[in-house]
Write a protein that binds this ligand. Sequence first.
Ligand SMILES: [Zn+2]
Length: 149
Amino acid sequence: MQITLKGYKVNFQTAYKIVNITPCCDEILRNPVVVLNSSENEDDIPEICLAKHYCEHSYEDYNDGYDYYPIKRCPYCGQKFEIRISEIEDVTLQYDEIQKQADECYKKANKSDSKSKEQKYREQGHEISKKLNWWLSDDDLPICRGNGE
Ligand SMILES: [Zn+2]
């Protein structure tokens, strides 16, 4: 399987988005525990991992999350995975600019004299913040996005 990624750099953090996937076989994309993940990689570049869900509970605490195990080859057909980075775009300036717009909306919301205006500005702020979050989060394989693709 070949995956091409594009990096978006904000300050010292880079998030990777999928530009193109050429699957080696159908099975690999159908398997929900096969994911793209960067937490096991020192350079923070996503690699293909198997994800194992864990949950721990004690009397009051409940903890859950995933452990990731990098794999180098497709477990179905044996082809090696290739991950390429097409480019890394520094979006720090745009990010800061949009962050200012979001802050502006929240400020206006706090100063609003009516509930409906406050709501409107708060929603605008959330909309704008969504863009910012997009720049900060790595893409996952399509099957794992939970959007029914
Ligand atoms: Zn395969």
